[in-house]
Design a protein around this ligand. Structure first.
Ligand code: 13P
Ligand code: SF4
Length: 301
């Protein structure tokens, strides 16, 4: 407990000394989410909020693509990621060369790239999306065919909602791909009346079993709406832990899968990051210009 207090105090002091803010994703553990962060949210909110940060330094309590997006959105700031190994299986699944090949194969078909990608991949795209705005982004293109990459399940889920034909890529989130429809059915049988909220990175058969599918912010809003007294969040473990602190009246059933990348960020690595001002994120200028356009198009919608 004393070590915990020591880290929290040190981080709060270092933030003042360095003129830094901590942006934290909803999958960060409660002590990060509730005790040291300045701004919390889903990937969409973090991208938006990064634009308006005044402080000199942004520390991303999240994964690498989120830090890159913050840098794209506010390029004059120093953006730090506490652990360079905080990656993402989706971002790892595709390269810029892959996107160029897809364009050659499907000329004229618009390319929508999930934000869970490198800046180099974003730079090859027409527009980005997050799980919070994927449907709106896809529908805004007015095309009956879209290349939607790299999350195969998100693309299939949006195709099911919109009827738009998706050219997909075989990228998956290593956390959400592990949930199964049988698991949801078992949860319902064991917990009568439970409301099931699922992230759209889950396979379509899992989403089909849920009462609601949406981004981490969407799930959070659903719980805040008071519509459910007993819920299960089919997503990363820390989501329920964070929401349970804010909604003590709601019962959370908590089977979950951990994201090993998100869990690279700890109070210890955050403190070290602020002490040593590491690891600074930089993006080659020629890539940054094009990647920023794809993110800005999304934010302009
Ligand atoms: P959200 O945009 O819904 O926060 O999701 C980000 C993510 O990494 C989900 O696995
Ligand atoms: Fe990537 Fe999945 Fe982890 Fe999100 S939860 S950062 S999509 S691996």
């Amino acid at each position: 407990w004393r070590l915990f207090e020591d880290d929290v105090e040190a981080i709060l002091r270092l933030k003042r000394e360095r003129n830094a803010v901590i942006l934290a994703h909803n999958y960060q553990t409660p002590e990060i989410f509730h005790c040291v962060s300045d701004i919390v949210g889903d990937s969409l909110a973090l991208a938006r909020e990064a634009q308006t940060v005044d402080a000199e330094v942004i520390v991303m309590a999240g994964v690498h693509f989120m830090a890159e997006t913050a840098k794209l959105m506010n390029p004059t700031k120093r953006v730090l990621i506490p652990d360079l190994r905080a990656g993402c299986s989706l971002a790892e699944s595709i390269t810029a060369a892959d996107v160029r090949l897809l364009r050659e194969r499907y000329p004229g078909v618009p390319v929508v790239t999930y934000v869970n990608t490198s800046a180099a991949v974003k730079a090859e795209s027409d527009i980005c999306c997050t799980s919070g705005n994927a449907r709106r982004v896809v529908e805004s293109l007015g095309s009956d065919r879209v290349i939607m990459i790299p999350d195969e399940y998100l693309a299939q889920n949006i195709a099911n909602e919109t009827g738009i034909k998706m050219i997909t890529w075989a990228g998956h989130c290593e956390v959400h791909e592990r949930f199964t429809p049988a698991e949801i059915r078992r949860l319902r049988a064991d917990n009568p009346g439970i409301i099931v909220l699922a992230h759209p990175e889950c396979p379509p058969e899992v989403v089909a079993e849920a009462d609601y599918a949406g981004s981490t912010a969407g799930m959070s809003d659903y719980v805040a709406s008071g519509k459910a007294s007993r819920v299960v969040l089919i997503t990363e473990c820390s989501m329920s832990d964070n929401l349970a602190v804010q909604h003590p009246d709601v019962e959370f059933v908590r089977p979950c899968n951990l994201c090993p990348h998100m869990k690279r960020i700890t109070l210890g690595t955050l403190r070290h990051s602020l002490e040593t001002m590491t690891h600074e994120v930089s993006i080659e200028p020629h890539l940054a210009v094009r990647a920023r356009q794809a993110v800005e198009r999304m934010l302009a919608l």
